[in-house]
Design a protein around this ligand. Structure first.
Ligand SMILES: Nc1nc2c(c(=O)[nH]1)N[C@H]1C(S)=C(S)[C@@H](COP(=O)(O)O)O[C@H]1N2
Ligand SMILES: [Mo]
Length: 434
């Protein structure tokens, strides 16, 4: 049964999840330790990354309820103390339709470790991304049952904050929620494990993990996001965290309506404000060969990996095999100009079918017959909107608020890094023969 894992508990987090690299044992934060473990379309429950702001709470499905407040069931919009109808877990499972969605979930802090200078927060590298099958009740069905308005915001709250701490509350536009969001009570066909939100979590397909609230105990519907003094204790994780910010001292404006809320894309096109991390950005990972591998020069090498872009289909993955040292280079004169770190020439990889739906990553692969040498392999994804992974992270520059000059904007909290260069792998092919 789900339980609270207290510091000093046995087994420790790293023994319970040997495929994960633990960044903090309490609250539980752990990323997939090796890309080899991601080399497939689905991630097992024990390999899925975990990201918590507070320790995993002790919860039971029996007796768990979700309160519905705000513009539901004909009641008016109210504040944090509003009363409303409650839905029990049994009702959610039995009285509503059931839907499953395969979702590649990435933490918006994934890749923070590559920011220079450092960005504050856990130093996730490349393993805060995973893909699972999530099953539950479409939120739309619940909204209809309780006569929710057609527009506005749905604020979803987690039951994990200890007394006096900020509630993990996320606001989602009604449009998104009605289309595809699910109140999930199963992960990969089994009841939700404690660390992933037992007994029920919100699942926001294609959007960054921070939107998928775990341990949901309240849903509040209103014309605007919960903001301002009235909602003290509920605004931090929407208004201060998970937004693109360039200066810690600056208080971002509380952009409360659907019209005024920035998404990262609107911001790129528009005047810079403080985009919320909603939809995921295009990104790719080479999962084979492994970083640091030594390969035989006599065999064809299969390069494999995964690419995702949130709600948008991935349309193309390109590979670059940079030559750092090769037989050709070493036998040439110095005039032949040193090595190439990758990124100078690109060729298309073969894309796998989007077999698990539009919110799941796609596989890519390519065959490669290198001569002996040392190489740096890079992958770069492009999506159907024409968004391409940039090469690197920019220097801190408050003027650069979007992707420009092939660089991702440095930001104080280190969110959303989808630059391809830090994610490359280095391999040696038949070194002895050089
Ligand atoms: N209630 C609650 N929900 C939460 C969080 C949290 O700390 N509390 N973390 C969020 C973040 S930042 C991410 S990336 C995902 C991670 O989900 P997972 O632990 O199942 O991988 O959960 C989200 N939902
Ligand atoms: Mo996250």
């Amino acid at each position: 049964m789900p339980r609270e894992r207290r510091p000093g508990d046995e087994p420790p987090l790293d023994e319970e999840f040997p495929s994960l690299r633990v960044l903090s044992a309490s609250p539980e934060n752990a990323e997939v330790a090796s890309r080899t473990a991601l080399d497939g379309l689905l991630t097992s429950v024990g390999t899925h990354y975990i990201r918590n702001h507070y320790p995993t709470p002790e919860t039971e499905a029996e007796g768990w309820t979700i309160s519905l407040t705000g513009l539901l069931d004909g009641s008016g919009e109210t504040g944090p103390n509003a009363d409303g109808p409650v839905v029990e877990m049994d009702e959610l499972r039995e009285d509503y339709p059931t839907e499953s969605v395969v979702h590649t979930m990435e933490c918006s802090g994934n890749g923070r470790a590559f920011f220079e200078p450092d960005a504050e927060g856990h130093q996730w590298t490349d393993g805060a991304v995973s893909t699972a099958v999530w099953t539950g009740t479409p939120v739309q069905a619940l909204l209809d049952e309780y006569d929710a308005p057609a527009e506005g915001w749905v604020a979803v709250m987690g039951g994990d904050a200890p007394e006096g701490e900020e509630v993990f509350c996320r606001s989602l536009p009604m449009g998104k929620v009605r289309v595809d969001c699910v109140l999930a009570y199963e992960m990969n066909g089994r009841p939700l494990p404690a660390d992933h939100g037992h007994p029920v979590r919100l699942l926001v397909p294609g959007w960054f993990g921070n939107n998928s609230v775990k341990w949901v105990d309240r849903i509040h519907v209103a014309d605007s996001m919960p903001t301002g003094e009235k909602w003290e204790g509920y605004t931090k994780y929407q208004q201060l965290e998970y937004r693109l910010r360039f200066d810690d001292d600056e208080d971002p404006e509380e952009l409360a309506t659907v019209e005024t809320a920035d998404t990262y894309e609107q911001m790129m096109a528009d005047e810079p404000r403080h985009a919320y991390f909603f939809d995921q950005l295009p990104k790719s990972l080479i999962t084979a060969p492994a970083d640091g591998a030594t390969l035989s020069a006599d065999e064809t090498v299969e390069i494999r990996g995964l690419a995702w872009a949130g709600e948008t289909p991935v349309e193309r993955v390109e590979l670059s095999m940079g030559v750092r040292k090769s037989r050709a280079l070493s036998s040439q004169s110095e005039a032949s100009n040193a090595s190439d770190d990758g990124g100078e020439t690109w060729s298309d990889a073969d894309l796998g079918e989007p077999a698990l739906g539009r919110y799941a990553w796609r596989r890519f692969r390519a065959e490669w017959n290198p001569e002996p040498g040392e190489y740096r392999l890079l992958a770069r994804a492009t999506d159907a909107k024409g968004r391409v992974q940039p090469a690197r992270i920019a220097e801190p520059d408050p003027e650069q608020t979007g992707i420009a000059g092939d660089a991702y904007p440095w930001n104080t909290q280190g969110y959303g890094n989808n630059a391809h260069r830090p994610l490359g792998v280095s391999v040696t092919v038949g070194l002895d023969e050089i």
